[in-house]
Design a protein around this ligand. Structure first.
Ligand code: 1GP
Length: 228
């Protein structure tokens, strides 16, 4: 069974984006704790399977963050299942999960499944638009969301998602204060070692996504910043 409790750093790779073999190898062999495969748009069974097969050549743990029922590919070490806590469109809270269990319940290895309470804080992100994410007024509200996830729902992971934009450390710290049980993941807009360090000082695990595609050398530098 996968143990993410000690993870400090993960890369998130998008099946809908291209990455050259050499860079994929360097990312997978970078010393990061895990590769999370996930994206919001353009994720298909075929491109997810293709990316998984390439990552599987390396020893790094590989997790699928499920965003569409059409792209649930067997063979990952674990499956992270987001519940978008501030989705304005209620269909994004539990309806896909009900539909997924109707279809796939017989195939599920529950020990590989981990729910993530997602709080989407960048209103301009694709995920925010897709789920009609409700704005979060202030740090107090963010902390309350974290408590709902951690204390009420006992979700094992709380994911502060600023995808595409570097977040407000005070908001992340408020979330951390609310997550008493479970792990806090932070993702969004990390482009420098300093940002990686800043967020890693608050969150349990930081996730670096876009930078892999925009500036892979800089992405590699975030690993040493956090784990070095
Ligand atoms: C996206 O949280 C991850 O789901 C990482 O965000 O792509 O902005 O690094 P970035």
């Amino acid at each position: 069974m996968i143990d993410y409790s000690g993870w400090r750093h993960a890369f998130k790779l998008d099946p809908d984006k291209q990455i050259e073999e050499e860079w994929l190898e360097r990312i997978c062999e970078s010393g990061t704790d895990a590769i999370i495969v996930g994206g919001t748009l353009g994720v298909t069974y075929d491109n997810t399977l293709a990316l998984m097969a390439r990552i599987r050549r390396f020893a790094v743990p590989a997790v699928l963050e499920v965003s569409t029922l059409e792209a649930i590919v067997p063979g990952f070490d674990a499956y992270f299942i987001p519940l978008v806590l501030n989705a304005g469109d209620p269909d994004w809270i539990l309806q896909p999960h009900v539909a997924g269990l109707r279809r796939f319940a017989a195939y599920i290895h529950w020990e590989q499944i981990f729910a993530e309470g997602y709080l989407i804080l960048n209103p301009d992100s694709a995920a925010a638009r897709l789920t009609a994410a409700r704005p979060v007024a202030d740090a107090e509200e963010a902390r309350a969301y974290a408590r709902v996830a951690s204390k009420l729902c006992r979700l094992p992971i709380f994911y502060v998602e600023y995808s595409g934009r570097y977040g407000d450390p005070q908001m992340v710290a408020a979330c951390k204060a609310g997550v008493e049980e479970g792990r806090l993941f932070y993702g969004g807009g990390i482009t420098t070692p300093e940002q990686a360090r800043e967020m890693a000082a608050i969150a349990d695990t930081i996730v670096v996504g876009n930078l892999v595609y925009e500036d892979p050398e800089a992405a590699l530098a975030t690993v040493a910043a956090v784990k070095g």
